[in-house]
Design a protein around this ligand. Structure first.
Ligand code: NAD
Length: 240
């Protein structure tokens, strides 16, 4: 979808790690314009972008898409704002409970919404390829192997579980999981389908955390101007 004017973005959670990456990367994109950065406590020196405290969310100017990487407690505010402004919402905030997921699902009746646990474009495409491979090879052994740095506590990773869900969607049964915690590995996921005499491996390796911010910016481009609904990142990437 092409936009003659830059897409106007609101970055919610702008003072966080992801927020900083989004502001830095959006500044280099001529088709995107950040019109508001929102965090609980805006910084004293705000640079080129107008900052707003989350308590003053209603004061932000008009925007096309909000990109939310905050905390679950911040979700109701940004969902309510997007609904009242008729703007689209891209959210990567994790740790949502059932009521927060229901909030997003309900918002999809009114505005374009895209939530993803992992905004790497490669993982989005991988999940669709995995679903197809699992559907075509239902009798094969299937293993999801993931490797992350030693500070990561949860295992298997949320992304591994999402790939497992893609396997289950393809062939009706779950894969086996294997988790490795070692060194400073950013994130590696392998889906292995094995039969007697042959093996298929689908692998994704992330080497830089910017991929999540770049993926969210690409999601905002693809969501801008779309109708209401709960959209799927892989489906948007495969759409022509
Ligand atoms: P962070 O702690 O560095 O930053 C959080 C930001 O949210 C801050 O700007 C803070 O001011 C803001 N915030 C917190 N509570 C708020 C509230 N109630 N209202 C408004 N703003 C609020 O966190 P981070 O590392 O940038 O990650 C942010 C979120 O994104 C986390 O949920 C994390 O798990 C998720 N994440 C998702 C992906 C993905 O691909 N989906 C990738 C990385 C991180």
């Amino acid at each position: 979808m092409t936009h003659p004017e830059p897409i106007r973005l609101l970055i919610h959670g702008a003072s966080g790690r992801m927020g900083h990456a989004l502001l830095r990367l959006a500044a280099h994109a001529s088709d995107l314009s950040v019109v508001a950065a929102v965090s609980r406590q805006p910084p004293d020196a705000s640079g080129d972008v107008p900052w707003f405290a989350s308590a003053a969310l209603a004061d932000v100017p008009a925007f096309d898409v909000a990109i939310d990487f905050s905390l679950p407690s911040g979700l109701p505010g940004i969902v309510g704002l997007c609904r009242s402004r008729g703007a689209a919402l891209v959210s990567g905030t994790t740790g949502l409970d059932d009521s927060q997921r229901a909030l997003l699902a309900d918002a999809g009746n009114e505005i374009a919404v895209l939530w993803a646990a992992n905004f790497s474009l490669g993982i989005a495409v991988l999940s669709e390829l995995v679903r197809q491979a699992a559907a075509a090879l239902p009798g094969w052994d299937c293993d999801v192997i993931e490797a992350h740095h030693t500070r990561k506590r949860d295992a298997p990773s949320g992304t591994a579980l999402a790939l497992g869900a893609a396997v289950a969607a393809g062939r009706g049964s779950d894969p086996h999981y294997c988790a490795i915690r070692a060194g400073d590995i950013v994130g590696e996921h392998t889906v292995m389908l094995t039969a007697a005499g042959e093996r298929l491996e689908l692998i994704h390796r992330a080497s830089n955390r910017d991929v999540f911010a770049l993926g969210a910016l690409e999601a905002a481009r693809r969501l801008a101007g779309r109708g209401a609904g709960n959209h799927d990142l892989a489906a948007l990437l495969f759409a022509r």
